[in-house]
Every structure is written in C-alpha cells, then in structure tokens.
Design a protein around this ligand. Structure first.
Ligand code: GLN
Length: 299
C-alpha cells in the first residue's frame, strides 16, 4: 500500500530530523538534509491561516509531506483512505509526496504540511489524547500553520475537552476551540451536510457513528450545516479555524468528497489544476451512489 511504501525508517527519520532542535549533530542522510533544509519560506494557499501561524518552510513548491497520526489507535471505517486519496490527487498534479505514518510510540514530526487523524473507539481515543498532549508535535505543527484534518475521535481530540468512556471530561489538545461531551444517543448512519459557502466545497456525504456532541467556541466556524444526520448535535457539522478542520464524517470522507480533499491540498500546496475527467471517474461514481442512497431513503 502506498503509505506503507513510504513508512520506511528513512522516511520517518527525514521528517523527525527536520526539527530545528534536532538538526545539529544528528546522523542525517544527504537526502534527508535536502528534503528538510531547502525551500523558501512560503505560506501557500491564500486562505486565512490559524491565528499566530508562522509561514511554513517547505522543501519546494512541488512537494508535500503528509503525516498520518496514530493509525494504530485512530483509524476506523476506512479513514486511512483519506491519506491514500490525498496522495493520489497530489501525485496526479505532479506533486512529489512524502507520506509517513506515525504510531503512538513515535514522536509526531513537526515539519509536515498536512496532518491526518481518524476516528477511534473510546479507550484508544483517551490513550491518543494523553500521548499527543505529552508529545506536543501536533500542536506545534498547528501553531506553525500546518493543515490538520481530523475525523470523529480525532476531531474531538483537537478540542479543549472531550467525553471519556464514562462521559467524564478529559483534556484535549487545545488546537481548536471546541468542546465535546457525550450525547444521549449514538449518531449512526449516512449524513449529508452543506459546507460553509466561504470554503467553496459541494455538499458533503459521509457515514457517522459517534456518541459525542460538540460545541463550537469563539473563533471557530461550523464546517457545514446538517441536511440529514447528526453531526455536532445542534444542526451543524464539524468545525474549522484557519487550516485546522474537523468533521464527524467517515466514508472515507475525502474519497467521497474530492472537493474537500482538494481544498486541503490547495491550502498546503497552492492552487492546483482540476483533474482530467477520466481520473475522477471512480470518485464521482462513489459520490453519486452515496448521495443517491440517502436521497432515496433507507428503502
Ligand atoms: N468515541 C467517540 C464517540 O463515540 C468517537 C467515535 C468515532 O471516532 N467513530 O463519540
């Protein structure tokens, strides 16, 4: 599988070695130095960055570093497809992709361009929160202006607090000003939601399965308005602030919603040309099928 191919020790080393504080005196490959040291300071995308974000230092305009955070704890309902589809859509645009998977016993590199987190059961979610808080890498990347895209448990983790296995409030990563708790009922099933017009992304289709409900605080906007389904629990779905985006949608959501995938790529790499019709065929078929399934009702 594509991400597996890139999950070499060398790949991990290149990203970790790129941390400024680790660069001096580290045994580092020539390729690693080249990947991390080159490049001009640049803030790609033209969209508002997270407040206080620094310009990103990227290895070059034609390359992108994707980081799949804690697949060993957070990856339900095929969320890994989000990584695979970003890789594919970026490569079709000629971008050079470095994709790394970072398990919960590894440090989260700080120099990625796009970070992805998936959903998870309650206990893995609690463990992931503890480890990510102790590691600090994801929060540092967010402060540095990286794109972060998180699903369900990953989305809740980005917030100030989330509901533990008994509903007890547990501290989140404080990257996004949202708070989650446990609702009365699980939200399970297909979901449709209309995206905030400022993002220019068509209606979202996805699958949700969560007990969490989420309140948005100041400085955070809903990603979408629910048409069918539960989402945050108050008629809104997901949240975003700058380049940090969270959603309850699985599907995998970036496969079902190529417009959302391209939004993330545009934020990280700058404007990209549309794909050729033939290259979109299977994505569009899946999307149409899922949209039609909900409109037609449970049947
Ligand atoms: N455990 C969380 C909840 O039930 C997240 C579930 C998930 O990621 N699918 O709300």
């Amino acid at each position: 599988m594509a991400a597996g191919r890139h999950e070499s020790a060398a790949g991990r080393h290149e990203l970790a070695g790129g941390r400024p504080e680790m660069a001096a005196g580290q045994p580092e490959t020539a390729a690693g130095r080249h990947e991390m040291a080159g490049g001009r300071p640049e803030r790609a995308g033209g969209l508002p960055s997270v407040s206080g974000a620094q310009p990103r230092s990227r290895p070059g305009p034609g390359s992108l570093r994707l980081v799949w955070v804690y697949p060993d704890l957070l990856s339900t309902y095929g969320d890994r497809g989000n990584l695979l589809i970003l890789e594919r859509r970026a490569r079709l645009r000629g971008l050079d992709i470095e994709a790394v998977m970072v398990n919960a016993d590894q440090p989260v590199p700080r120099q990625g361009d796009i970070y992805l987190m998936g959903g998870g059961e309650d206990l893995p979610q609690i463990l992931a929160a503890r480890r990510l808080r102790a590691d600090g890498g994801l929060a540092a990347a967010a402060r540095g202006g990286a794109v972060i895209f998180a699903v369900c448990a990953g989305y809740q983790l980005l917030g100030m607090e989330f509901g533990g296995d008994d509903g007890q409030p547990l501290p989140g990563l404080e990257i996004l000003n949202i708070s989650s708790g446990r609702g009365q009922r699980r939200g399970v099933g297909e979901i449709l939601a209309d995206v905030a017009p400022s993002l220019g992304v068509p209606r979202l289709t996805g699958f949700e399965n969560h007990q969490g409900v989420t309140r948005l605080g100041e400085g955070v906007a809903p990603l979408a308005r629910v048409v069918t389904g539960v989402g945050n629990g108050d008629g809104t779905e997901g949240a975003f602030a700058g380049r940090v985006v969270g959603t309850y949608l699985h599907g995998p959501v970036l496969v079902r919603n190529p417009g959302l995938a391209d939004l993330l790529l545009n934020w990280a790499a700058g404007p990209l040309p549309p794909l050729q019709t033939g290259e979109e065929e299977w994505t569009l078929r899946l999307r149409e099928q899922r949209l039609a399934a909900v409109s037609a009702g449970p049947g």
